[in-house]
Design a protein around this ligand. Structure first.
Ligand code: ZN
Length: 148
């Protein structure tokens, strides 16, 4: 079976150029992720009384704000990817919109491939046999290719 369903509906697109889906205040342009429900929406900026938020696709690239690796198997409801548990990396990434979004790092990459301030790109990969999830993939500049 091939994973086709987003793990969380409405939080990201799954096309060839996937993107996180956020909400932007039409008054002050503050941007939020996860997206704010349209009903009863209000801007969380205390200096803004905006009540209209529009759906936006967020930038596909951002910079690493911080990162770590998950040494212990997360408890339910999180899905265990491997048995026994293998550590995987997590990155908090700041997008140009000013939003910082946590996510796993793309398959094949670990903490050794990350550094604060480095550029990463959003990808969508299988979480298990049926679900897709967004991940952060390090962007390697030409000439900066690691020893491969
Ligand atoms: Zn606002």
């Amino acid at each position: 079976m091939t994973a086709t369903q987003p793990a969380v509906a409405g939080w990201f697109t799954t096309g060839p150029d996937p993107a996180l889906l956020g909400s932007r205040c039409t008054t002050c342009a503050s941007t939020y992720f996860p997206p704010v429900p349209a009903q009863g929406a209000f801007c969380r900026n205390p200096a803004c009384d905006g009540e209209e938020l529009e759906a936006v696709e967020l930038s596909r690239r951002g910079t690493v704000w911080s990162y770590t690796d998950a040494r212990y198997q997360p408890p339910p409801p999180y899905l265990a990817r491997t048995e026994p548990h293998e550590p995987f990396a997590l990155a908090a990434v700041t997008l140009p919109e000013g939003v910082t979004v946590l996510g796993q790092v793309a398959d094949g990459y670990g903490v050794a491939d990350l550094r604060v301030g480095a550029e990463v790109e959003l990808v969508v990969e299988p979480l298990d046999d049926s679900l897709l999830v967004w991940r952060w993939k390090p962007v390697t500049e030409l000439g900066e290719e690691a020893d491969q």
